[in-house]
Design a protein. Structure first.
Length: 200
């Protein structure tokens, strides 16, 4: 079985129209490689990425992600960051790109188009948010934090930081693949969180 590459991205953003969705750029790539047989993490990758379309982070973005201006100013641009991720993936059959929802795939595609680059994932993607609900038999979708609570797992690290969220999502992978049983829901459990952000 191929390994899985669980990825979570953070990107430039704002709560007004200063950074349109069509111009958002990746500012952090967090990735956890998971062994396809054991479903245990075997390696991690993290890099900040320097944006060029809106190089100055908004106050909203820094508050949400805790990523500071100095961290992106000193980071590689997207082409170098993508090349480093490809080196991390290594030779041989690529691990299956997986993320919580389709947001991360779409953001990768947007940045790759802007820079005229090809992505190293082989065109395959696993939407773990959808897979989690499918395995649970629930047509509504869960944010990552809510999904962790459903299976009685803690949220470790800082939410909306790429590497921390990738680690948390990797913990949910066995449930998404139907290889771990779902525990009974906590008392007073609501079936889904309608306030969850699209990217979880």
């Amino acid at each position: 079985m191929n390994d899985y590459l669980v990825i979570d991205l953070e990107a430039t953003c704002d709560d007004s129209d200063r950074v349109p969705r069509s111009e958002t750029e990746i500012i952090e790539i967090g990735a956890v490689r998971v062994d396809g047989t054991t479903l245990l993490p075997v390696a991690e990758f993290q890099t900040f990425v320097r944006p060029v379309r809106h190089p100055r982070l908004t106050a909203f973005c820094t508050t949400l992600t805790t990523i500071g201006q100095a961290e992106v100013d000193g980071a590689p641009g997207f082409p170098a960051a993508l090349a480093a991720l490809a080196r991390f993936m290594g030779a041989g059959p690529p691990p299956l790109f997986a993320s919580w929802g389709n947001y991360d795939r779409g953001q990768f595609e947007q940045d790759a188009r802007f820079h005229g680059l090809a992505l190293p994932f082989g065109g395959q993607h696993l939407n773990l948010k959808q897979a989690f609900s499918d395995q649970l038999g629930n047509r509504k979708l869960f944010g990552m934090h809510r999904a962790l609570a459903r299976v009685a797992l803690p949220l470790d690290g800082t939410h909306h930081r790429g590497i921390d969220d990738a680690r948390n999502i990797a913990k949910l992978l066995p449930f998404c693949l139907g290889r771990a049983p779902f525990p009974a829901p906590p008392e007073g459990w609501r079936r889904a969180d309608p306030s969850a952000r699209p990217e979880g």
